[in-house]
Ligand binder design. Structure first.
Ligand SMILES: Nc1ncnc2c1ncn2[C@@H]1O[C@H](COP(=O)(O)OP(=O)(O)OP(=O)(O)O)[C@@H](O)[C@H]1O
Length: 244
């Protein structure tokens, strides 16, 4: 089955034209198979609708399920119940119903994820790590490198590091490579898991500006931002989680 076939479906309620993500009735629990099969309920009927130009902060106590929702929205975790509708091109797809190869297509074009940690591969340069998603989309190498170099410069990543593997980079340097990798792609939806946690004030501000630009271009942002100043500067509203 191709993504094309699934796009004939749509959410059961009428959504406004600028909605890009609509998650409804999300339940998620974990079964700890090696600990007596204990069941740990985490998300209980979570709902979220995000429109173009919005930035929603996921807030709440540690352990309340913020990362679990983010990983579910990216298809890393399967959910027990619920629907996760994403506007993919001009059609709606329910992530929950997609096959793995279709999820990959959605991740290439529609939903970007800035995780806290960069997956590094020895001997692959920072430039190549960051350009990979653009190259997978078929963008030519020179254009992809140009885009990444511009972002690296904005993010104050020293030029002497660009050709090196990020294996030995500091936490903040790795995080900036990760941010450039995601923000280089014109995704309409971004998931941001503490994207500034390892950055100093100057670079935090650069990231806030880059994300503000994405918002003004009509992207929908959903994120966990422990830094209150970043949250206040960027977010249009919050979704608060309680411990179940
Ligand atoms: N893969 C997993 N297997 C089992 N339990 C998990 C798994 N991932 C998360 N949990 C549990 O789910 C609950 C919610 O975790 P989650 O990481 O979503 O919380 P959070 O709100 O993001 O917390 P924090 O602010 O500390 O990062 C926690 O009790 C955690 O132990």
């Amino acid at each position: 089955m191709t993504t094309q076939k699934l796009t004939t479906q749509k959410p059961s309620i009428e959504l406004s034209a600028d909605t890009l993500l609509y998650a409804t009735g999300i339940n998620k629990s974990f079964t700890l198979h090696n600990q007596g099969r204990i069941n740990l309920p985490v998300l209980n009927n979570a709902n979220l609708e995000v429109k173009a130009g919005e930035c929603v902060a996921l807030t709440g106590q540690s352990g309340s399920g913020k990362s679990t929702l983010m990983k579910s929205l990216y298809g890393n975790y399967g959910v027990d119940r619920g629907e996760i509708w994403l506007k993919h091109h001009d059609n709606w797809v329910d992530l929950v119903q997609l096959k793995p190869h279709q999820v990959i297509e959605i991740r290439q074009k529609t939903i970007g994820y800035v995780s806290q940690f960069l997956r590094v591969i020895p001997r692959v340069s920072a430039l190549d790590v960051a350009a990979e998603p653009l190259l997978e989309l078929g963008i030519d190498v020179d254009r992809a490198y140009q885009k990444i170099k511009k972002l690296f410069s904005l993010l104050n990543l020293p030029e002497r590091l660009w050709q090196l593997s990020p294996t030995t980079f500091s936490g903040g340097e790795k995080q900036r490579v990760n941010i450039a990798r995601a923000l280089a792609v014109d995704y309409p939806i971004f998931l941001l898991d503490e994207p500034t946690s390892a950055l100093d004030a100057k670079n935090r501000q650069v990231v806030v500006e880059l994300l503000t630009e994405k918002k003004s271009q009509g992207c929908a942002l959903i994120g966990i931002f422990h830094d209150e100043e970043v949250r206040n500067n960027l977010c249009t509203r919050e979704l608060r989680f309680d411990i179940n």
